[in-house]
Design a protein around this ligand. Structure first.
Ligand SMILES: Cc1ncc(COP(=O)(O)O)c(C=O)c1O
Length: 389
């Protein structure tokens, strides 16, 4: 951060000032070389300058109505018990289930971790695909449970018949099946018919965790939420988050929906620590479908336009139903990522085994323009480019 500041301030900064502010090249101001700032004095936050396309966040943040509700909730900062917008009841109502079917956590990542710990015992197995979102797998490793990671099919879909086969083969040792739908990092959905096929064909006492963090972005009519399976009495846990469509990643509120016995089993391991602002922000978000709709439409329009530009240049882009997509770079994505980072654009990390695919989150219009400008420099000749810049 320091280096970046210095470079910009003393080299780029002076040169840019000459051009941008219309200073004469030989003016005293243009020639000025100020000493570096002392520790603690940061004139501008480099984080703000970064195009943040790495973590599938909502770049716009909470809606005005949510901000108002959260501002009004500061007065509860010093309390343990306080009015909380009835968020627990509102989530239950939103899904047409009872409050006993909901567990709230500080982000759905915590729900995933708690599920991993609650449903897996030492040396038991969690079964799912690779690559996917790995919080459950990491929770499993932390308690010496095993992870069976199965490959995606060539079209990047999850091989449900394979998951069924492996679950049956390991029946006695399987603690949990994990399905991220749509999948992160590919953005590909599992059709509802496949979810039903999975549930109908594995032993009914095996819990299935369906992670619907990106539910709100999906348009594919073959997809549907798995919440109805919970109402049918199946051993299904669906996780959702306020981090994505509602722009609350930094505020931390996610939840799980499941049969009461499963929720009770998880509660033992959960802290239930959701702060007052997050509660009020989330309660207001559920009453503000207009904002959700705007975020979805804007995100999808920017995603599709960016994907089209890349495809027009000959790059393979995996069809996505999310607020991110994966593009085939034809060379290690880590190199491409580093080249972007030098241009103040942060893009997704490595997702083994797809090491020559780059995951790009959808940011604002300005951020996507910066992404494409960077891309055109890094791949000046389209897909045939091999130059390292
Ligand atoms: C598939 C998936 N599930 C869960 C999460 C966790 O999100 P949070 O803990 O912010 O709710 C993420 C975050 O990126 C995700 O991609």
């Amino acid at each position: 951060m320091k280096t970046r500041f210095s470079r910009r301030h003393f080299v780029g900064g002076a040169a840019a000032a000459v051009g941008a502010l219309g200073l004469r090249p030989n003016s005293a101001l243009a020639a000025l070389r100020l000493p570096p700032p002392p520790p603690g004095v940061v004139p501008a936050d480099p984080y703000d300058d970064l195009a943040k396309l790495a973590s599938n966040e909502n770049p716009y943040g909470p809606s005005e109505k949510m901000l108002e509700a959260m501002n009004a909730a500061w007065k509860y900062s010093n309390r343990y018990g306080y009015p909380d917008g009835d968020i627990h009841e509102k989530i239950a109502e939103h899904h047409g289930v009872g409050t006993g079917n909901i567990i709230m956590n500080a982000g759905s990542g915590e729900t995933l971790r708690v599920a991993g710990i609650a449903f897996l015992r030492h040396e038991e197995k969690v079964i799912g695909v690779e690559p996917t979102f790995t919080t459950v797998y990491r929770a499993a490793s932390g308690i010496d449970a095993d992870v069976i990671e199965r490959s995606l099919l060539p079209d990047y879909t999850q091989d449900i018949d394979d998951l069924i086969r492996v679950t049956k083969r390991n029946y006695r040792d399987v603690g949990l099946v994990y399905v991220c739908n749509p999948n992160n990092p590919t953005g590909v959905v599992v059709p509802d018919s496949d979810i039903r096929h999975l549930l109908d064909n594995i032993p009914e006492d095996i819990p299935v965790l369906i992670d619907e963090a990106y539910h709100h972005f999906v348009q594919d009519p073959a997809y549907a939420t798995a919440v109805p399976y919970i109402k049918e009495g199946r051993k299904v846990l669906v996780t959702r988050t306020f981090s994505k469509i509602y722009g609350m990643a930094g505020l931390r509120l996610g939840y799980g929906i499941a049969p009461e016995e499963m929720i009770d089993q998880m509660r033992t391991y959960a802290t239930g620590s959701v702060n007052a602002l997050a509660r009020w922000g989330a309660a207001t978000a559920l009453e503000d479908p207009g904002y959700e709709e705007w975020v979805r439409e804007t995100t999808i329009a920017l995603r599709d336009a960016t994907m089209t530009e890349l495809r027009d240049q000959g790059f393979e882009v995996i069809p996505s139903e999310c607020n991110f997509f994966m593009v085939h770079t034809g060379r290690p994505a880590s190199e491409v990522r580093a080249a972007f980072r030098r241009r103040d654009v942060a893009v997704g990390r490595d997702f083994p085994p797809m090491l020559d695919y780059l995951r790009v989150s959808i940011g604002t219009e300005d951020e996507m323009k910066r992404f494409m400008a960077g891309w055109n420099e890094i791949f000046p000749d389209g897909m045939t480019a091999t130059g390292r810049r």
